[in-house]
Design a protein around this ligand. Structure first.
Ligand SMILES: Nc1ncnc2c1ncn2[C@@H]1O[C@H](COP(=O)(O)OP(=O)(O)OP(=O)(O)O)[C@@H](O)[C@H]1O
Length: 226
């Protein structure tokens, strides 16, 4: 189990997350939703060990850093590194040997090409392939569907199902409710620094309605388009 207890994070004096409590069990897919700037990426970076924070993040098995894969919203790559070399680096980090990268190239990426020259969607697919090849137990996926074509979206959904069946822990973010409904078991609504609501799959519409009900029609009226 992955447990987050009393997690708080601020950037200088600006509080982003306050006393976050979350628990993720093997074989569960959790979605974190919230408006732009709510703190989803910040939470993910804290879990992935890329940001300092207050509170505890505990994983019951091995050292979390040896088994967590973090997919960034917009992955960037070192210059002059090919797609294949990038995948090799990630496998080296986990001491995984003899990988046939061409056979494992699930998104059919041009692995001989420099990764920095990939398109936005290709970069995301390369980074995702990398964390998958690492055989991680925990997957933190920041907007895995965003910027990725329809066919690849379907592949990612099927990959998530397989990871779930293998008992992995998956935490992802998305702004697309239909995608969340297709993939997640639980949704957590992040707002005003806290997890305001957690619901199971059958109640996702509660959070969707909470997020829609932000008085936007009044705002459009006041904007007074001419
Ligand atoms: N390195 C940083 N320094 C200062 N403030 C930051 C930093 N990173 C993020 N923030 C602030 O933290 C808040 C949360 O940002 P974050 O990227 O976590 O939001 P998000 O929920 O992922 O948003 P989005 O849906 O737009 O991706 C924002 O107000 C942002 O400006």
């Amino acid at each position: 189990m992955l447990s987050i207890t009393n997690l708080s994070k601020s950037y200088r004096k600006k509080q982003i997350l306050s006393a976050i409590e979350l628990q993720f069990n093997p074989g569960e897919i959790h979605g974190i939703v919230g408006e732009n700037g709510a703190g989803k990426t910040t939470l993910f970076k804290c879990i992935a060990g890329l940001e300092s924070h207050e509170g505890n993040i505990q994983y019951t098995s091995v050292n979390i850093k040896n088994t967590i894969g973090f997919l960034e919203t917009n992955p960037e790559f070192l210059s002059k590194i090919t797609g294949k070399e990038y995948l090799q680096l990630l496998c080296n980090a986990r001491n995984i040997k003899d990988v046939n990268f061409e056979a494992q190239n699930i998104f059919e990426l041009p692995l001989k090409q420099y990764a920095e020259t990939y398109s936005t969607g290709m970069k995301k697919k390369l980074a995702l392939t990398g964390v998958l090849l690492q055989n991680n137990n925990i997957f933190i996926l920041d907007e895995p569907f965003n910027g990725v074509d329809i066919h690849s979206n379907l592949i990612i959904k099927e990959l998530l199902k397989s990871l779930k069946e293998k008992g992995k822990i998956i935490v992802l973010s998305s702004h697309i409710f239909s995608t969340l409904e297709d993939t997640c078991d639980y949704l957590h609504y992040l707002k005003d620094e806290k997890i305001k609501k957690t619901v199971k799959k059958e109640n996702f519409s509660i959070i969707e309605n909470l997020m829609k009900d932000a008085g936007f029609k009044e705002k459009i009226k006041n904007f007074n388009i001419k």
